[in-house]
Write a protein that binds this ligand. Structure first.
Ligand code: FAD
Length: 630
């Protein structure tokens, strides 16, 4: 059954590649003009689409990094495994360069798993562009809209278009937002997801039942609905890391750069000293160019090259809270671009729950930023103004904080200006820093960083950038209806009251697997079926035991936290559920990684400590007796 599924998927993948090749014929000219010969792209696509392809083991990746030397260096070593770093590794590897990447914690453990999960063109920048007649802002919007479409195309199983409702409380607002969002459609041109449109009060109430139509001295005049993209950020990030690994990059999570190595003569950065944070082993790895993609920590890396380096990061923190699904309809978000006191407020459906946010406040840089109770209250108060139901503090299932790496270009004339765009800078020979920007633009940020690395290291790539034509692992052979076939093909014999009966896969599970793993969901289903790992790991969520084993084998899932936070999203969705799932997750990971009892105990302790950072001190979900309920 499983091998038939693999064969079907292989045929599907080949058809998809052929289709994509036809579609790409038009863009082939662009690959050529980038210096691409098409062969590298074809080879990369085959490798990524091959259902039998498996990423090299972590030990193999570490050996590849350790095996480098001053005379046999990598072309590019990337520091940081967030969206930017993994994007750089994938871009460089698909240009035929020899690439390594080290990530201190886990892929996406930093800002890249803590975003609002929107793939957006920056509708607010458009407003600034119009009112300030600022062409720079307009260019940002054009750029982001192009990348928005590209991200969705490259990872269709993890990204989708999301309608967002903008409530209007005066006819002026109706005209203002309608014309502004029509302009957003117009600027998007061929990159548009769907046309925006006006809905009357009655239609709006049907589409978003919890939206307040009256109250607070005002009445709704209608809503304007427009489209942006939405993603599962950390799974997309892990997908980028695994795709880079499949095309030859030596990517290693839980490996921290503790020092940069410089050439004694010309002081050029030529490598890094790395500490494997799992084994404690320290080793050196060498590269012609080092790319610093350490997000909010990129100044700390720059200071390893020059302790007097001027900071280029202006950190700003954002908090989100997660609420049950009954606050927002499944397929519609609510965004208030400007509340009475100038804040942005939103409620978005995400993975069967509702995300609300966000705050934007200056912060210090820490590895595990925590939401504060006043920030949680701030969001609750802000959304309550727009709803006809009371949102209770006890409904908050999880809350998290992330740090935006807003960048100041060290080479810019006006150093006061903080850029929402990205900055690529080689302020120390051999060390290229790429930061700023946003998730949506990670691909083009990576392209710019690799171009700079090629120039700095006089590297000889085999072809130009091809990431605008390469999908990520799991995307080839995936169709929106794949979940149906997955459910149809699944037969797991399960024991009920002493009898062995065929078990079926319910739709919630097949949809979840199909979207989270794309065409690789067949592998997960095969593990569930063949290895008796078909049970849900926790009540109320569609995560299967088989996913833990699959992620350990195929996605460098090295700890319980890696699973609850980045492979599944349980920590973000529901801290109590994540806590309840931990014993079983650790049991399965212990089998996969051969952990002894003391390691299992340590994993449980660390994971519970980690979950504390997804609660504020007064989190009403706490059931540990240590915290006050409101
Ligand atoms: C609240 C919030 C909401 C956002 N919402 C959106 C959104 O909806 N859409 C959007 O497009 N963008 C959004 N963004 C922006 C986006 O999330 C970031 O721009 C992006 O994730 C940054 O990615 P990065 O790879 O540069 O940084 P990170 O994801 O932080 O990655 C840097 C990595 O470097 C590693 N590292 C650091 N030091 C070392 C070292 N010494 N050795 C090895 N590794 C190291 C870290 O562990 C980390 O994993 C949001 C940001 C925030 C804070």
């Amino acid at each position: 059954m499983a091998s038939t599924a693999f064969r079907l998927r292989r045929i599907g993948a080949i058809i998809t590649i052929s289709g994509a090749t036809l579609a790409a014929t038009a863009t082939a000219a662009s690959a050529q003009s980038n210096g691409g010969d098409g062969t590298a792209l074809w080879a990369a696509r085959q490798r990524v689409a091959d259902p039998a392809a498996v990423v090299p083991r972590r030990s193999v990746q570490e050996a590849a990094l350790e095996g480098t030397s001053r005379v046999n260096p990598l072309d590019v070593l990337v520091i940081g495994g967030g969206a930017t770093g993994c994007g750089v590794a994938l871009d460089a590897a698909t240009r035929g360069l020899r690439v390594g990447l080290v990530e201190r914690d886990d892929f996406s453990s930093g800002t890249s798993s803590r975003s609002t999960k929107l793939i957006h063109g920056g509708v607010r920048y458009l407003e600034k562009a119009v009112f300030n007649l600022d062409y720079g802002q307009l260019k940002l919007v054009f750029h982001a809209l192009k990348e928005r479409k590209q991200v969705i195309q490259n990872a269709p199983h993890l990204c989708h278009a999301l309608p967002c409702m903008n409530p209007c409380f005066s006819w002026f607002e109706v005209v203002y937002y309608w014309s502004g969002l029509k302009l957003y459609d117009l600027v998007a041109g061929r990159q548009m997801l769907h046309l925006s449109r006006y809905y009357s009060v009655e239609q709006s109430a049907q589409l978003f039942p919890t939206l307040a139509t009256k109250g607070k001295g005002r009445s709704l005049k209608g809503t304007v609905v427009y489209y942006d993209g939405q993603m599962n950020d950390s799974r997309l990030n892990v997908g980028l890391a695994c795709t880079a690994a499949l095309v030859g990059a030596a990517v290693l999570n839980h490996a921290e750069v503790v020092e940069l190595i410089k050439d004694e003569v010309d002081e050029r950065v030529v490598g890094a000293r790395v500490r494997d944070t799992i084994s404690g082993k320290v080793f050196d790895t060498y590269a012609k160019v080092v790319v610093n993609a350490a997000g909010p920590f990129c100044d700390a890396v720059r200071k390893m090259a020059n302790k007097d380096a001027e900071p280029m990061i202006c950190p700003s923190s954002g908090v989100h809270i997660v609420l049950p699904d009954y606050y927002s309809p499944e397929g519609m978000g609510l965004i208030v671009p400007k509340t009475k006191d100038g804040r942005v407020v939103f409620m978005l459906p995400w993975l069967g729950r509702t995300i609300a946010g966000t705050t934007d406040s200056s912060t210090t840089i820490t590895m595990l930023p925590e939401p504060h109770e006043d920030e949680i209250q701030f969001i609750l108060d802000a959304i309550c103004d727009y709803l006809n139901v009371q949102v209770r503090r006890s409904d908050v299932l999880s809350a998290w904080s992330g740090i935006r790496p807003l960048a100041i270009d060290p080479n810019a004339k006006n150093t006061e200006s903080i850029s929402r765009d990205h900055v690529v800078s080689e302020d120390f020979p051999g060390l290229i820093t790429i930061t700023g920007g946003k998730w949506t633009t990670y691909r083009s940020m990576a392209e710019d960083a690799v171009d700079a690395a090629i120039k700095s290291g006089k590297l000889k790539p085999e072809n130009g950038c091809v990431t605008d034509q390469l999908r990520i692992v799991g995307a080839y052979g995936w169709e929106p209806a794949s979940f149906t076939v997955l459910a149809q093909n699944y037969i797991r014999m399960k024991q009920t009251k002493g009898k062995v009966i065929p078990g079926v896969m319910d739709t919630a599970v097949s949809k979840h697997l199909s979207h989270a793993y794309g065409s690789a969901s067949e592998h997960v289903a095969a593990i569930a079926q063949n290895e008796n790992l078909g049970k849900r790991i926790v009540h109320g969520y569609p995560y299967l035991e088989a996913e833990v084993a699959y992620c350990a084998r195929n996605e460098y899932c090295e700890s319980a936290i890696d699973f609850i936070a980045r492979r599944s999203r349980l920590a973000f969705l529901d801290t109590d559920a994540a806590s309840r799932a931990l014993p079983r997750i650790i049991q399965i990971l212990a089998t996969e990684h051969k952990w002894d009892k003391s390691r299992q105990k340590l994993e449980l302790q660390k994971a519970n400590e980690f979950l504390e950072t997804f609660k504020s001190s007064k989190n009403a979900q706490f059931r540990d007796g240590k915290h006050n309920r409101k």
